[in-house]
Design a protein around this ligand. Sequence first.
Ligand SMILES: *Cc1c(COP(=O)(O)O)cnc(C)c1O
Length: 409
Amino acid sequence: MRVRSAVSPLRRGVATTAPVIRQALPTVDALVADLRPEDPVHCIRPATLAATARDFVAAFPGDVLYAVKCNPDPAVLRALWDGGVRHFDCASPAEVALVRTMFGDAHIHFMHPVKARGAIREAWGRHGVRDFVLDSEAELAKILAETGDHAGIGLIVRLALPKGEAVLDLSGKFGAEAEEAVALLRAARPHAVRLGVAFHVGSQCLDPLAWRRAMDVVRGVIRSAGVAIDIVDVGGGFPVAYPDVELPDFGAILAEIEDGFDRLGQPDARLWAEPGRALVAAGGSVVVQVQARRGDALYINDGVYGSLADAGALAFRYPVRCLRPEGEAPDDVLRGFTFFGPTCDSADAMRGPFHLPADIGEGDWIEIFQLGAYGACLRTGFNGFDRARIVEVSDSSQAADEPVFAQAA
Ligand SMILES: *Cc1c(COP(=O)(O)O)cnc(C)c1O
């Protein structure tokens, strides 16, 4: 087990030399018994991350680009690398620099459709980034201007999709409508050694047909443009298991992608995917302590300004378990609880319900699973509650006993 203070690797700057204390406590149970932590402890499970990455890379018929924003912790990036991930979807200069510092050989793709000029120059000139996404004429001009002779450049046109069924719909912010995408593909073709199209069906997308519909949009655009395409990037959005979520079969999603790809009539093109959540959710958890109980509400030491942002407004539910290293074993009977976070903001509330032992109370710990994605990286220092630690553990998570993303049949 490795313990260090939890400051975002991006906020910390690139030379991540945060103190790492190695401890020989491989399990979360041992951690709680030994440290009795009064601040949240973020647990990273490198073995789970590497195994998940290995499965995804093996199943996906193309290149797997990890969406770094989902969890940029160096331990997470290292574990994914160990699992065979060699491509990284970055959206900011800090993400690009972090990945390049860690992996000289990584393929870095700058997948934010709206970039600062300096960010393009730095990525191209200093970090060897060659692939850039765009969704407008202005961005194409900006990229071409800031990359000099742009020899060897890859240009990927991000398509707008109709509003979908994903838990987190992303259709409103980025993407070129079909007619503009056609014009962009034609305009970009003469400059690009790799010309591609990309889309994102929305995060935690539970409907395999969303990928089919998106591939149909791709097909229409490619046909109208009449140019050869080298890359078809199917984005992220691959769902993971949360309580009461009916997880579609990963094989069904892959089948839609492969069918859609076959219908494009671009057999020489390469598929890319940009999974975030699916690669890292299962590899992270947070251990919190109950500071008070009032009825069915538990006041805990992490909340929506910490790593539980999505449990707030989005009401995500996570698998949980109670840890009580001393005294009577927790009640076998479970009951649904809501959580309140530590800040004084009334919005720091998580509806749940989270099913925990009926007798849970002050001093007990709770491990909250499936938080490797969009968890610790969303923390803020609001109200002074940012004294978390990050620990690497080698036990397997309870949640990982289930498929962590839907497996191919
Ligand atoms: C956030 C993001 C991803 C990752 O999405 P997940 O839903 O976590 O898989 C991939 N690509 C882009 C462009 C993104 O913005």
